[in-house]
Write a protein that binds this ligand. Structure first.
Ligand SMILES: [Zn+2]
Ligand SMILES: [Zn+2]
Length: 425
């Protein structure tokens, strides 16, 4: 997997036995001639802003390399929107890092991990980590002492951690694991294709695919409704689809979600690898079955029929109390209804569904509180016994919760008070 520019800068500093800040301030800055807010600019080195371009030119001049542009998202600037493209900090797969170390390779962090939409390692099917397992700190892209694969603060090696610590942070009902895996894999393939020179990002490609699909969709749908119905089928906000359909650059998340729904890879969706005509964009009949699968109302599907399908879905959601009950919003959206529309049509079923969903949510919350109530004091005692100050970040990181979790903070304060440990935060 291709490395990111921030990781390359960290490796350069390590190889020359200086820290990142000194390398940046004394060697790189004079070569790029930027003096204002330059350290903030280094944080976005993997992006496609002016600073990334200058850094690539400066570093290519200093290192005599000619391929550093591939370590950034610069080649994607004509196709993708910068908004929400890259995450503000570092993310990593412990298994990949450990593999690099065991193989004796120089430890590096791939560009793929810098994308906000990538939450999973496509090679190991593991959620990416965002916090140091020892001190619980989140990692900015570059810090004074950053080193590839290590915490900038406590120097903890990030490789080979138990999966549970990493996975807990991302548990979220709305995130479908299969879709996350697909996103990481297809984006990794697209990056590799661009770096390997097999294809190039092509402006307007996504828009033309969406245009072809919308035309097919209109053939089996009331034209006035087509885009809003499509947004329901893809699970995307109407304005996102509407705007992206017209705008020059596309949000990567929207593009990948549409690609996932239509079964088109990121390379085919964004690059010039294949012609729009050659692509397997669903035919009119396939669009019809695609819509029926996602419970979308089509012209031929009568309102009565659709209402019966909705009722059946609500009844089956209530049939088994041990199964997770979907929210009213979710069930209404999948049958083309609003919440109010559903509650007017089936008031009794709606009340039962809302109550069941709320009860399940509450029970899940109670289970979480119970877990925190018992595990926080244990974690505090264990840290104190090993002579480490039990900071909130450390305790939360050890248990796999975000350091901002309010329940953890409450029981952490109580435990410190009971043990008579003075809080330093
Ligand atoms: Zn991995
Ligand atoms: Zn750390």
């Amino acid at each position: 997997m291709v490395e990111s520019l921030t990781s390359y800068i960290m490796r350069l500093a390590e190889a020359h036995d200086v820290n990142v800040y000194h390398l940046a301030a004394r060697v790189i800055l004079p070569a790029i001639g930027v003096h204002d807010k330059w350290w903030a600019g280094f944080q976005t080195a993997n992006g496609f802003g002016r600073m990334s371009r200058r850094l690539v030119t400066g570093l290519e001049h200093l290192t005599l390399r000619r391929d550093l542009v591939w370590l950034t998202t610069l080649p994607w600037g004509t196709v993708l929107s910068a908004r929400g493209l890259l995450r503000s900090g570092r993310a990593w797969c412990p298994a990949c890092l450990e593999e690099q170390r065991l193989k004796g390779q120089s430890v590096h962090e791939p560009l793929l991990w810098a994308f906000d939409v990538v939450t999973m390692c496509p090679r190991h099917n593991r959620m990416l980590c965002l916090q140091c397992p020892k001190c619980g700190r989140r990692q900015l892209s570059l810090r004074l002492n950053s080193q590839p694969g290590r915490c900038y603060r406590c120097r903890q090696w990030f490789g080979d951690l138990p999966p549970a610590t990493a996975a807990l942070e991302f548990i979220d009902e709305s995130h479908d694991e299969k879709r996350q895996r697909w996103r990481s894999k297809t984006l990794g393939d697209a990056l590799a294709a661009v770096t390997g020179g097999r294809s190039r990002p092509q402006p307007g490609k996504f828009q033309s695919i969406l245009g072809v699909f919308c035309n097919r969709f209109r053939e089996c749908q009331d034209p006035r409704e087509s885009l809003s119905a499509l947004s329901r089928a893809f699970g995307l906000p109407y304005h996102a689809l509407h705007r992206r359909h017209l705008s020059r650059v596309v949000s990567l998340r929207t593009a990948l979600d549409v690609g996932y729904a239509l079964g088109i890879s990121a390379t085919d969706l964004l690059n010039d690898a294949s012609c729009t005509q050659d692509l397997n964009i669903p035919t009119t009949s396939a669009v019809r079955s695609l819509c029926e699968e996602s419970g979308l109302r089509l012209g031929s599907l009568s309102q009565h029929h659709q209402a019966l399908r909705l009722r059946h879905a609500m009844e089956s959601a209530l049939a088994d109390p041990s199964m997770p009950c979907p929210s009213l919003t979710k069930i209404a959206a999948s049958y083309g209804y609003s919440r109010v529309g559903v509650s007017r049509k089936y008031p009794k079923l709606t009340r039962a569904l809302v109550k069941r969903h709320r009860d399940q949510q509450y029970r899940a919350y109670e289970r979480k509180v119970q877990h925190i109530r018992t595990s926080v004091p244990e974690a505090v005692r264990a840290l104190t016994a090993s002579g480490v100050y039990p900071s909130r970040n450390r305790v939360a990181g050890k248990l796999g919760y975000p350091h901002t979790d309010k329940t953890v903070a409450r029981y952490w304060r109580e435990t410190l008070k009971q043990l008579g440990v003075k809080s330093r935060q």
